[in-house]
Design a protein around this ligand. Sequence first.
Ligand code: NCD
Length: 311
Amino acid sequence: MSGSLKGLDIVSIRDFSRDQIEHILKVAEGMVPVAKGEEKSNLLEGRVLGSLFYEPSTRTRLSFEAAMTRLGGRTLGFDEPKGSSVAKGETLADTIRMVDAYSDVIVLRHPQEGAARLAGHFAEKPVINAGDGAGQHPTQTLLDLFTIMKEKGGIEGNHVVIVGDLKYGRTVHSLSEALGMFGAKLTFVAPPTLQMPKEHVKHIESMGMRPTISSSLDDVIEEADVLYVTRIQKERFPDPAEYQKVAGAYTINSAILRDAADDLIIMHPLPRVNEISSDVDQTKHARYFEQAFNGVPVRMALLSMVLGGIE
Ligand code: NCD
């Protein structure tokens, strides 16, 4: 992918060059007043977003919808397949063909890795991956990068410690590759059974970066500029007993933050279950709610560029 995003599928973070990402984030910055409702825009008036969520979602689905609405467009779709013909046995291919005919851009979340790529083959309109199983979550990565840029003034050279379920967590698969591309120093903290899959580590190494692999948060917390916390992805465990072994492996609370740098920021794609205790919310470190808001301007930028409203 190079240059304009108009008409393109957004499936993996690898679809973007660094220049393209920087451009999206710049456009997103300009969208903030509209995202907050302080200014009005009709940039996507008359355009329709087809929103297909085969898995639960709060932030991703609602922020795409907010983004479309704030730009004067409309959204149709479903937030669970039970109420659609999927329940009657309709294939993903056929559902995509229909929504392709009813909308100008399709946002898809699906439990199967590769579903968005497949949907892209059946749709004429651009398909945006809103999470495919344990695969990728590229739009989350864009808003994560936007948050780091805003809070830290840049990405390169920051030490980002990513903790939790790195095996099944799709947000960190996309994010770690993007951070590698931007020259951030990376440390992956997880129990050995939930460490970052080799495929992603190798990709990051191919860009000349050397991520540190660890299972101890205590060892690295004081050197972190950004602590990116993730939920153990219970729904992806083939065996509930395996989940029980790792549930609650890392909990961020004020005690663990005693050694943290003053300007450490804590991020989380949310939802959190018990990885971050609520006493952290009041600290100067917490940024996860701001991060969730950033999904709106970033998705406004992306939708505008994919639909050709902005170059
Ligand atoms: C994440 C997801 O769905 O992958 N949530 C999100 O989109 N903000 C993270 C998660 O569910 O743990």
